[in-house]
Design a protein around this ligand. Sequence first.
Ligand code: 4AD
Ligand code: MG
Length: 469
Amino acid sequence: MIETKQIRRYRTKYIKSTPDLIGEKVTVCGWVRTHRAQKTFSFVELNDGSEVSNLQIIMDQKIPEYESMIQKIATGASISVTGTVTESPGKGQSVEISAESFKVIGEAPTDYILQKKRHSFEFLRTIAHLRPRTNTFGAVTRVRSQMAYATHKFFQGRDFAYVQTPIITSADCETHGEMFHVTTLDKNKVPKTEDGKVDYSKDFFEKETFLTVSGQLNGEAYATALRDIYTFGPTFRAENSNTSRHLAEFWMIEPEFTFADLDDNMDLAEDYLKYLVKHAIDHCGSDLEFFNKFIDKTLLERLSLVLETPCTRLSYTDAIEILLKSGKKFEFPVSWGVDLSSEHERYLCEEHFKGPVILYNYPKEIKPFYMRKNDDGKTVAAMDVLVPGVGELMGGSQREERLDVLLKNLEEANLPLETYNWYVDLRRYGTTPHAGFGLGFERLVQYVTGMENIRDVIAFPRYPKHAEY
Ligand code: 4AD
Ligand code: MG
């Protein structure tokens, strides 16, 4: 029997960062990364997931179990080791463990795929259940966890209430029509109405339902009561986008706050972005250094620059001017009224401004029904936050709080009042100016790690043709 209380006490990160432990006896456990056998002893590199670097263990042949057990210590095996923390004479580590005893808990035969050689990220996606054991995915996972923690800290610190909005919905918030159906109808015997359409009145909810694309509309109901709220949950888009920035299932953080306009919204977005970056720098130091060394050599410089400089704020109209004057040949030509594509967004934040840019006041035709119409009659009070390497990180707006304008918008967008009537009620009773935005959590993780593909910053990515695990 292994004394779990004893082995759970010491994470390798804690041992390395606690000088008082030198000379103390500890037990550590984790997975073997490498094992180098010398004549009379062995070096074992142990990783327990607490940080990217390993803890070195010296196993001397005088240890009683050495002869019988040492050949079982192979890459991937799980072991526990008891020994003394000693200052390390070797380069690259401050302390190591001089083992007094060890146990092999789970062996890993030589067909274990994660041997020392480097694998491509494409290959690692095909073993998504094992990739958390690699340096990169361990680091991504820790940064992701810290970004979630920082999100709650930021909003809770400003007294925003965390609201959990539904995942199953009948409303299409972004009016893209790119939603996954939720149904219990028998696909082989779909009930039909007289005019040949699917009869959803026979379905579980007695209406057509989907996985949500956004919690915003529900969030607004709570913001117009509690004043300031945020959501943080999974969202789904059935868009057939095979890009490095799109997932079919991703996580979104959506603050919504009342008695607030577009300027307040841009201020909140900028504060939140800087808070996240600062938190990453302060709490993910060794992981960010790892990314800076192996993934994106400009990462640390880029992140610290963000903290020092205000985000550029620029109207859509001015952005179009810049793009037209850039002299660049874009795949999708630019003119006032077009939806910006990723090449335009990236030109603006990567080449022209070289930092985060907040674009606002977009043409109303390319934005959803809930955004507030500006007085010019042509634009809405929308905003997108664009960041280098990623493009659009956040999208939001001031909301249309005027009852008559909202009703007209719904009609123009061909959205049935019976589905959105509850949402309109928020304007019928005690309406207020309010605003909010959505931040794509995976795009944030890409931004603070420099990881190129969004499929590599979420545990088990869902994208066209892929829903394994
Ligand atoms: O711009 P979007 O579509 O905005 C909304 O859904 C609003 N209801 C948000 C709000 O105002 N409360 O999505 C918001 C963000 C985008 O800026 C992007 O970062 C991310 O969500 N996003 C995706 N991330 C990964 N995969 C996808 N398919 C994404 N679609 C949007
Ligand atoms: Mg958007």
